[in-house]
Write a protein that binds this ligand. Sequence first.
Ligand SMILES: [Ca+2]
Ligand SMILES: [Ca+2]
Length: 144
Amino acid sequence: MKKKIFGIGIVLMLFMTTTLSFASMNNNPPVIEEAHYDATSNTVWCTPIDDDGDQCRVGVDWDSDTGSVDFWSQYRDSGVEHSIYPVPAGCHEFSVIVQDDNGAESEWFAIKSKTKQFSFESILFDFLEKHSNWFPILRYLLEI
Ligand SMILES: [Ca+2]
Ligand SMILES: [Ca+2]
């Protein structure tokens, strides 16, 4: 009798292990449909999509040590937009990653802040982009 119960136990364990590993083999990682940072509200927005319909969470790296998530959002349904607020002041570059509730992860996605960094060079380059015909005159005036 003990051998029979032991045998049934082994068969059940094999079945469960096979079923679980088969399920994880068929799991597709989520993808990032859209992600951006809004400087006005100091919020990172991200929408994950999971083809399996799994719930997803969003990880944000805001201190530029890519690969180390600083904040995870709560799990939400695939296709639902996540807002991560507030991000620490002074951050201008973000990377986001999404993970489904089976542990599969997307690729990292880099977000540049939409906040402009003003400097003489950036103003000059913006001007030259819009008025390239002025370049010879500016070149003469600036002696470059
Ligand atoms: Ca999935
Ligand atoms: Ca980090």
